[in-house]
Design a protein. Structure first.
Length: 133
């Protein structure tokens, strides 16, 4: 092999390693951002479940928000470590979509805010998955 071929090969390998490391760091930052936003979803569901606005909460209300909080916890935990568990995350997201489908048409600003937060979290997951999976 001629010296210039070795030089070019080494240079290309170095560029490939650098780009790979950069992509890995960007993916880690993205994963951490996804984990943070899902923690916000989980905390938001807890606030909705336990909110004290002077009204008596029905058992159905309590069960619904407890289920939403549990699913948000499942999705959140899927992104807590570098080894993302995509299957449980997707299942939790699907269940949350089913459980919160009525929020977008709500007159309650807190429900609308939660629905927007959930949409943002799902968008972040889709972006992360597209770039890093």
């Amino acid at each position: 092999m001629t010296p210039w071929v070795k030089y070019v090969s080494t240079l290309l390998l170095g560029i490939g390693v650098t780009l790979s490391c950069k992509n890995s760091e960007e993916c880690e930052r993205s994963r951490m951002e996804v984990a943070r936003i899902w923690n916000k979803v989980k905390d938001g569901a807890n606030r909705r479940r336990t909110r004290d606005d002077g009204t008596i909460k029905s058992d159905d209300y309590q069960k619904k928000w407890s289920r939403i909080q549990n699913q948000a916890e499942l999705v959140s935990s899927s992104f807590e470590t570098e080894q993302v568990t995509w299957g449980p995350a997707a299942k939790g997201q699907k269940q949350l979509q089913d459980d919160t489908s009525d929020l977008a048409g709500s007159n309650d600003p807190a429900n609308l805010n939660f629905a927007r937060l959930l949409d943002e979290a799902n968008r972040k997951v889709a972006e992360f998955e597209k770039a890093c999976r």
